[in-house]
Design a protein around this ligand. Structure first.
Ligand SMILES: [Zn+2]
Length: 242
């Protein structure tokens, strides 16, 4: 079936969830899959405990990713979502929830972005009891880790590590958007792992139309997705969201 554009005017509360698949065409490696980062790094090297015990490893690993992200550019999929938001009428609401930490949505021009897993382009203190503010930062500090000016603990890129909870604010904003959405698109994610799996259930529950757009079809059918479009997001979205 040829791809036709969505009738966007029919929807007033649009929620998008994006995963790693949307950034692959920008040269950002996914975490999972054959070329995934997790083939080289185990989750327990990047969990909350490692953040306390071996922050140097995390700083170096994520610092290397910062370099990649700094030289990457948003692709046609990021752009299509930014254009969609820009062209909505004042009565239409739009929330873009992303699992990605690369900041490419904002660089494409998206405004209302909820970052579930934080951002590589910010730095925070590793001491959870410290209230030093998170700040924008792209430095890689290859040889030395920066220290917090308030408590002198190590600093880390502001990314949610394994076993760390989703930031409360991001979690709340996602739930708030999902609870009355009428269109939900999950893009570049398998749709079977969290949070995509529970997000689509919420969206279906409130009567939204739900679409999965991913390079691979889900391994098992997911009845909560009413439509599945298999293909590259950067090829599909410019047509679908025209
Ligand atoms: Zn601190």
């Amino acid at each position: 079936m040829p791809l036709t554009e969505l009738n966007l005017a029919a929807y007033s509360r649009i929620v998008i969830l994006t995963g790693a698949g949307i950034s692959v065409a920008s040269g950002i490696r996914p975490f999972r899959g054959p070329n995934g980062v997790w083939n080289e790094i185990s989750a327990d090297q990047l969990n909350a405990e490692a953040g306390q015990n071996n922050p140097g490893f995390i700083w170096q690993t994520l610092g290397a990713m910062r370099k990649v992200v700094a030289s990457a550019a948003p692709n046609a999929a990021h752009q299509a979502l930014a254009d969609l938001e820009q062209n909505l009428t004042p009565s239409q609401q739009f929330t873009l929830i992303t699992q990605n930490i690369d900041g490419l949505h904002q660089r494409a021009g998206s405004q209302n972005v909820v970052e579930l897993h934080g951002s590589l382009l910010e730095t925070r203190c590793s001491n959870s009891a410290c209230d030093a503010p998170v700040f924008a930062d792209q430095a890689t500090h290859a040889d030395q880790m920066p220290q917090c000016s308030v408590c002198h603990a190590h600093q880390l890129p502001n990314v949610v590590l394994f076993e760390e909870p989703i930031p409360l604010d991001a979690s709340w904003q996602s739930k708030k958007a999902l609870r009355d959405c009428d269109l939900f698109l999950a893009i570049g994610t398998s749709g079977t792992v969290q949070p995509a799996a529970s997000f689509v259930r919420s969206a279906d529950y409130v009567g939204a139309h739900t679409i999965l757009i991913n390079l691979e079809a889900p391994s098992e059918p997911n009845p909560y997705f009413h439509e599945v479009i298999v293909g590259a997001a950067e090829e599909i979205l410019p047509t679908l969201l025209k």
